[in-house]
Design a protein around this ligand. Structure first.
Ligand code: AFP
Length: 340
């Protein structure tokens, strides 16, 4: 991208314009999805501003509550959750919401109901807030299964049924990456305009990458295929160069780098956490949806991640996602283990 030329660009593709263009390809569309998305975008802008001000406004630090995963909640988590819940409900386009911060699903009151179900993690990577490392919001959108009363069944659908997914990364810039099921596009917030501008059109992940990303501190508890894969990354036996290790500990930032540079991000099962750490609905599914849309793959160690059918809203799953060829190698190691 030519940044000098960008400074003088006058024909700006904002996210609103982009989504309206997409909508015009579906003449039957009543614009409900565009309205829903504009409310999500507003939530992202609000959280971005709050994250940027956190150090100054003393928003960081414990809020004195614990979330449903038993983790200490930060003030920014509480704020971000409130902002997204209010933005989604007031859109008038949602019927059921699942947030990482709320134990129970939120059933939207009948007068404000629409047909979309939204699953989200309002501020993922909160342990990184206090040191200014990138954090993010992750979301996935489903359509209600039938027109009746919304229920948990509407969000306990396999990830492949998602209509759209995305994340917003609050880092050195604020970047929103979105897929509505026909490719992946990235938008960067121009603070002077207050608008997300298309900066990364049609993102495709490299077919093979040079980076692996995992919390190696858990290595002593890994299963055979994970241990073998990481060993291969460090000591390849096929004459290729060893891969580099990069791990931020913020899924949005680690996945964003993986999407742009290629390679793999893994949060495997281990002896202590047989289901891994990451949550199916609002971490594994949206990121897997984006990865597949960008030409990569996502695997749970047993199956394609998007085929998984969750039984509980806060369920966890192991995940291996990234460049097509790299995930293919991991799948082969699991298949070999199964055949022994
Ligand atoms: P926090 O929200 O507690 O910081 O967890 C972040 C996260 O859910 C995800 O964003 C990271 O990929 C993963 O956990 C990091 O987990 P480890 O700290 O166990 O490596």
């Amino acid at each position: 991208m030519d940044h000098a030329a960008d400074a003088f660009r006058t024909d700006l593709m904002t996210i609103t314009r982009f989504v309206l263009n997409e909508q015009s390809k579906h003449p039957e569309s009543r614009g409900d999805f565009s309205i829903l998305l504009s409310h999500i975008v507003l939530g992202c802008k609000f959280v971005c501003a709050a994250v940027n001000k956190a150090g100054l406004a003393k928003l960081i630090g414990l809020a004195g509550e614990t979330n449903v995963q038993g983790e200490e909640q930060k003030k920014l988590d509480v704020l971000s959750n409130e902002v997204f819940v209010k933005a989604l409900v007031s859109s008038g386009r949602t019927c059921i919401l699942v947030s990482e911060e709320d134990e129970d699903a939120i059933i939207v009151e009948p007068s404000k109901r629409g047909k979309y179900c939204v699953v989200f993690d309002p501020l993922d990577g909160s342990s990184n807030i206090d040191c200014g490392v990138s954090i993010g919001t992750i979301f996935g959108i489903y359509m209600i299964k039938d027109g009746g009363e919304p229920s948990l069944e509407d969000v306990l659908q396999p990830g492949k049924n998602m209509l759209a997914a995305g994340y917003c990364m609050y880092g050195s810039s604020c970047t929103l990456v979105l897929s509505t099921g026909s490719g992946v596009n990235g938008f960067t917030l121009d603070p002077s305009l207050g608008e997300f501008i298309l900066t990364h059109p049609d993102i495709k992940i490299p077919k093979k990458g040079k980076i692996y990303s995992v919390n190696e501190g858990n290595a002593k508890n890994w299963d055979g295929p994970t241990a073998k894969y990481v060993e291969k990354c460090k000591f390849p036996t096929d004459g290729s160069s060893a891969k580099s290790l990069r791990y931020i500990g913020s899924m949005v930032a680690d996945v964003h780098r993986t999407l742009l540079y290629g390679g793999v991000f893994l949060y495997p099962a281990d002896k202590k956490s047989p289901n891994g750490k990451l949550r199916v609905l609002y971490e594994v599914f949206p990121m897997s949806f984006l990865m597949e849309q960008a030409g990569g793959q996502s695997f749970t160690g047993k199956e394609r991640s998007l085929d998984l059918v969750p039984k509980k809203i806060h369920e966890r799953s192991p995940i291996f996602l990234g460049s097509y060829d790299d995930v293919e190698e991991i799948k082969a190691l699991y298949a070999a283990e199964e055949n022994t």
